[in-house]
Design a protein around this ligand. Sequence first.
Ligand code: PGA
Length: 247
Amino acid sequence: MSHTRKRLVMGNWKMHGSFAANAALLDELVAEAPQAGDAEVAVCAPFPYLAQLQGTLAGSPISWGAQDVSIHTQGAYTGEVSAGMLADFGCTWVLCGHSERRALHGETSDQVAAKAATALAAGLTPVVCVGETLDDRDGDQVECVIGDQLEPVLALGTEALGRLVIAYEPVWAIGTGRTATPEQAQAVHAFIRQSLTQQGAGQVRILYGGSVKAGNAASLFAQPDIDGALVGGASLVAQEFLNIAAA
Ligand code: PGA
């Protein structure tokens, strides 16, 4: 069966990097990207490096984005960064509601949906992250938890949904080396796809994230509802990241 949605492989650098390290990584990505196959390739960096991404990646096939955005457009919000500012630096993407933001900064699903809406209004593509903890999974609560996380996002409506990306990242698989099996991931992707289809947005791309490596990417991408990957640790190593894209 051919895969109709264009694959997307996105790096999430998290709070890693320096000018020098980024320059080396980006140079290698730009040089090798054409060999990485048909997948769309993108990287999401810390805010201070967005200008560096813009300077290095503009004109290349690799797009870039940020890892968070304010729900506000401007004002007295010290430390916050607006979607318009991200657009000023040529961002295509912004992660919304990564599990580390939800867990460490108390972001609620309503706030995550508001971030997605603000991003869309500025012409960015939000990558809305959802995922269950190990306790949720052991308690057979996966669909309930993902459903709750999705609810305010689905309420944004069909038109908005058609312009965003969802990333399913089981919290227990992030940075742990413990990937969901392709079947486990597919089951949740199918559930998310069904929820989107009910809103008339069945063609939204759904990425899998959580310890994706070159060695497990192909079996994940073989699943009908997995449209690519959100890659943390492995996105910091150019060859590994490109091998994931090539898979
Ligand atoms: P990981 O992180 O690939 O290092 O598990 C994925 C993510 O948190 O986006």
